[in-house]
Design a protein around this ligand. Structure first.
Ligand SMILES: Nc1ncnc2c1ncn2[C@@H]1O[C@H](COP(=O)(O)OP(=O)(O)OP(=O)(O)O)[C@@H](O)[C@H]1O
Ligand SMILES: [Mg+2]
Length: 230
């Protein structure tokens, strides 16, 4: 049985800094867990940013749950579809303040310790100054911040790139667990094909801003990837 479609992109093109970065990308991402893979500069982050409208395409359409993304309320969309960016960007202040900030804007309380633990950090990180954390710790605070919004979809841009194997495994376990317990859908960008295989039901490969393969299983799609068209 195939999963319902979460995002459907049709002939989506996007530019950054005046350069064409995505070219007529058509693909569907199912509910559950999918992964966008590809070399550095292939357009992975650009694609992810379109999914919660941090940027909009220059051509083509994106649907989320069957609705045109372009017509949706952006703030409401971003609470439901939360993005954890590739580079951590924490607010000045404590870790706890960072985790409670987003939910406080919509009058929601958060159990900070639980959000931190879900992201693989001890609860006593709450009182630490955000600017005095390692990059790997900051990455996990960014994840905790996104989880505190109780999203339906998490967009994760290389969420474990600064972590060692042990911390990476814990974040991966968290993601699998969140998916199983809360029914959260994940769209994960990664360079790491082994991680894609561990986490994703579907892997989309980008090359030079085009989709070169999309399959239901990482290894299979990598094997059957056609040569990119010029
Ligand atoms: N702010 C920007 N201004 C101009 N060009 C940009 C900007 N951000 C990205 N680009 C260009 O867009 C292309 C795609 O960038 P993108 O960040 O989507 O790649 P990526 O696949 O996520 O790469 P990486 O794996 O290194 O994170 C690259 O050629 C990059 O140089
Ligand atoms: Mg990137």
């Amino acid at each position: 049985m195939t999963s319902p479609v979460l995002f459907e992109l049709e002939r989506v093109s996007a530019t950054r800094g005046g350069r064409d970065v995505l070219r007529e990308v058509s693909l569907s991402l199912p509910e559950g867990s999918s992964c966008i893979a590809g070399d550095s500069g292939s357009g992975k982050s650009t694609l992810l940013r379109l999914l919660n409208r941090l940027a909009d395409p220059t051509a083509g359409t994106i649907a989320y749950g069957g609705r045109a993304l372009a017509t949706m309320d952006v703030l409401k969309l971003r609470r439901e579809v939360a993005l954890v960016p590739q580079l951590p960007a924490l607010l000045a202040g404590t870790v706890g303040e960072n985790v409670t900030f987003g939910p406080s804007l919509i009058g929601r309380e958060v159990e900070v310790g639980r959000a931190l633990e879900l992201a693989g950090l001890a609860a006593d990180f709450a009182g630490r100054e955000a600017e005095r954390l390692s990059v790997g710790e900051q990455q996990r605070v960014m994840l905790a911040r996104a989880l505190a919004l109780e999203p339906r979809v998490l967009l994760l841009d290389e969420p474990t790139s600064a972590l060692d194997a042990r911390a990476r495994d814990r974040v991966e376990e968290t993601l699998v667990d969140l998916r199983r317990r809360l029914g959260l859908s994940l769209v994960l960008v990664t360079h790491d094909l082994a991680q894609a295989e561990r986490l994703a039901d579907r892997v989309v490969h980008l090359d030079g801003g085009r989709v070169v393969a999309a399959g239901n299983e990482g290894r299979e799609s990598a094997r059957t990837a056609p040569a990119p068209t010029p």
